[in-house]
Design a protein around this ligand. Structure first.
Ligand code: ZN
Length: 136
């Protein structure tokens, strides 16, 4: 069958290899009414989750536990200023990061990184000329 499958994709938790549950944002973020209808895949055993592409049940990447979520936040905090405060566009910034990390651009998204990749990206940025792109 080549038609769109109505049945939801099976998404596995990368930590325990069990099927993740498809839930809505109200369960994860009771205070964020704007996320109530957004879908997430969630693993209660690892407190790991990932959001879905808007309006679909397609996961944005792999499920992330608390450690990985913290690393992603750190990576974004270093990476985002590159395209926010230099002449580089977001696309170009990801292209640059992909090159440095030896990844294809399609696979180079912080949302798809694991903990090691997050740490590698953080080092790359810190050691590059973008490392001190701060508020001046
Ligand atoms: Zn799990």
């Amino acid at each position: 069958m080549t038609t769109y499958q109505k049945r939801r994709t099976r998404v596995k938790c990368p930590y325990c290899d069990r099927d993740a549950e498809l839930i809505t944002g109200d369960k994860l973020y009771p205070r964020r009414a704007d996320l109530y209808t957004k879908k997430f895949y969630y693993c209660p055993h690892d407190d790991a989750y990932v959001g879905c592409h808007v309006g679909t049940s397609a996961p944005l990447g792999r499920l992330a536990n608390a450690e990985l979520r913290a690393e992603k936040v750190k990576t974004h905090a270093l990476f985002d200023p590159i395209w926010k405060s230099t002449m580089m566009s977001r696309t170009d910034a990801y292209k640059w990061l992909a090159e440095q990390m030896g990844l294809s651009v399609a696979n180079c998204h912080i949302g798809m990184f694991d903990v090691d990749q997050c740490k590698k990206a953080q080092l790359i940025i810190l050691e590059s000329r973008y490392g001190d792109t701060g508020e001046s």
